[in-house]
Write a protein that binds this ligand. Structure first.
Ligand SMILES: [Zn+2]
Ligand SMILES: [Zn+2]
Length: 171
């Protein structure tokens, strides 16, 4: 991993208009909450690739990295190992109007840490699960259904009074 850099000074690259540079850096990623659970990335930081190009009057930037998430499966609460791919772009063109300003760039100081975190949140899957077909927890006893197997059932589930209700719900 490159040197850990949370704020990167683009000015120090000394790029002139039309020039670009690719950098390998390390960026800290704080723990965050998602779907009521706490997640973080392994080691608290990620190796990133930053492509910075100097346009006529500003910068065009691309940030790429892969994050190994650490936290619970949203269905069964066991540790979920998920890798999230982040590929984000920013354009900062002073004088080009509000939409052409990057919120992460202040003069030539790039807030890599904030950008990396926001881009990660946007790249998250809708649900973080240990595996796509995770069966989750039994709604009756809370047992992990991945471990309990397909035969796991409760007396009440077989009660004929409930089966009519279940059929209703299936409609
Ligand atoms: Zn799971
Ligand atoms: Zn059960």
């Amino acid at each position: 991993m490159g040197q850990r850099t949370d704020i990167f000074d683009l000015g120090r690259l000394g790029l002139s208009s039309g020039e670009g540079k690719r950098l390998e850096l390390g960026v800290g990623v704080e723990r965050f909450e998602f779907g009521g659970q706490a997640y973080g990335v392994r080691g608290g930081s990620v190796p990133v690739t930053l492509d910075a190009a100097h346009t006529t009057s500003g910068y065009s930037l691309r940030l790429r990295y892969e994050a190994r998430l650490e936290g619970p499966c949203m269905r069964c609460l066991e540790e979920a190992e998920r890798t999230v791919e982040v590929d984000a772009r920013e354009v900062d063109q002073p004088g080009g109007g509000e939409e052409l300003r990057s919120p992460y760039l202040e003069q030539e100081e790039l807030d890599l840490r904030a950008w990396a975190r926001d881009a990660l949140l946007l790249a998250l899957p809708t649900q973080i699960v240990c595996r796509e077909d995770c069966l989750g927890l039994c709604a009756v006893c809370g047992e992990n259904l991945n471990a309990a197997g397909p035969d796991h059932a409760h007396e009440s589930a077989a009660d004929p009074r409930w089966s009519a209700l279940r059929e209703l719900k299936l409609d």
